[in-house]
Design a protein around this ligand. Structure first.
Ligand SMILES: *Cc1c(COP(=O)(O)O)cnc(C)c1O
Length: 390
């Protein structure tokens, strides 16, 4: 026994339950095919929805920004870290999102840490979907006031929680697209409840940005709710292909964030290369929805074929496709078999998803060709039959 034995014990426990994570090492740029631990495999687990992770225009923008502005901001945004590029990105994003203003952050995770704690005080209440992303959960933990969870995707449960616990200011927070199931929040119903109780509505659309809505403008656009969603949190790290996050809403909100948000005040600004690449991504999306349409063609094709083979794809409504397995150990074993067959798709188990609902999560990309998808479907069919899944 020593003071670190708790770590070893926990690692053993994770191993025994099939929950231990072994990150693989990627040795090539992001794309449909990757070199992973020395093998060339079909990539079905990046959030590179539109192929922007290695897009020539983004690469060129990053290179040019390094030449013009160097590599680091060497300051927080509120001191000397706000560069012209940050402002340009924020203006372009506001126009793209059809909101008054946006503020960018170092990541989507950080954006939730920035916003949630400053919206609620001691006597206020957050109403949070029970399947919200870890960064929302942590944002709620940083906030004073209570957090009440409502049943996943259930506006009736939300309303009954507000009736029971709704003293003080009320903040409703939900993922737009749920990252483990690929289903959408029932935003029209949530907004109606919010309006009845004068609650603030915030949606974290990390997996909806660049994916749903016209030209990938996200879930508020998808449902035509631009005027009725108060706060949208987005990431620049998924479909946008780079790294970063942002908050979109009113000018007042952005002014308030610049005074209060701790990651804006106390953590250095995003780098010029990242910001310039994000700006290029927004420009591409404004100009054309070709990549978004390709993404959806690929998604529909893959899902139809997989469902036809008898796979259970859960509640997916988006390019996030859970292939449901059940036990975490079996999901890990199937992921390993798939890898041997040339398919890179990760198993997801507890605590990321509930016990007994382990799955292989497939992420479709616009960069997949029809041949790539056929190859994946054929390998899934083979491994699925061997494992008596289908
Ligand atoms: C991925 C994700 C984030 C984190 O975004 P990063 O930019 O990777 O930090 C936040 N919220 C949700 C809902 C996500 O799916």
């Amino acid at each position: 026994m020593n003071k670190f034995s708790f770590m070893q014990e926990e690692l053993h426990r994770l191993e025994n339950e099939g929950l231990r994570i072994y990150p693989r090492t990627i040795e090539s740029p992001q794309g449909a095919w990757l070199t992973v631990d020395g093998r060339k495999v079909l990539n079905m687990c990046s959030n590179n929805y539109l192929g922007f992770g290695n897009h020539p225009r983004l690469r060129a923008a990053a290179r040019q920004a390094i030449e013009e502005y160097g590599v680091g901001p060497t300051a927080v945004r509120s001191i000397a870290g706000t560069m012209r590029l940050h402002r340009q990105l924020e203006e372009r994003l506001a126009a793209f999102k059809k909101v008054e203003a946006t503020l960018s952050f170092q990541s989507g995770f950080t954006s939730n840490q920035a916003i949630i704690p400053i919206l609620v005080g001691d006597t206020d209440t957050i109403f949070s979907d029970e399947l919200n992303h870890a960064s929302i959960i942590d944002g709620c933990r940083l906030a004073r006031g209570k957090t009440i969870r409502y049943r996943h995707g259930d506006a009736t449960s939300l309303e009954s929680m507000i009736r029971q616990h709704g003293a003080g200011r009320k903040l409703i927070v939900t993922d737009g697209v749920f990252s483990m199931d690929g289903d959408l929040a029932p935003l029209p119903d949530i907004v109606e409840v919010a309006e009845r109780y004068e609650a603030i509505v915030m949606v974290d659309d990390a997996h909806g940005e660049g994916v749903i809505g016209s030209h990938g403008r996200g879930i508020a656009d998808h449902f035509g709710l631009h005027e009725r969603v108060d706060i949208e949190v987005g990431t620049l790290s998924k479909a946008f292909g780079v790294v970063g996050g942002y908050i979109a809403g009113s000018r007042l909100l952005v002014e308030f964030l610049q005074q209060k948000a701790r990651p804006f005040l106390f953590s250095s600004a995003a780098t010029p290369a990242d910001v310039a690449a994000c700006l290029a991504a927004v420009e591409i999306l404004e100009e054309s929805d070709e990549a978004v349409r390709q993404l959806w063609d690929n998604t529909d094709y893959f899902k139809n074929r997989m469902r036809g083979l008898g796979f259970d794809l859960g509640r997916s409504q988006t390019p996030i496709i859970p292939v449901m397995i059940g036990s975490a150990k079996e999901a890990s074993a199937i992921s390993r078999k798939l890898f041997q067959e040339g398919i890179f798709a990760m198993p997801i188990g507890f605590p990321t998803v509930p016990h007994g609902q382990a799955r292989i999560r497939v992420m479709i990309s616009a960069t997949h060709t029809r041949q790539d998808l056929d190859f994946a479907i054929e390998r899934f069919a083979q491994v699925g039959r061997d494992s008596v899944l289908i």
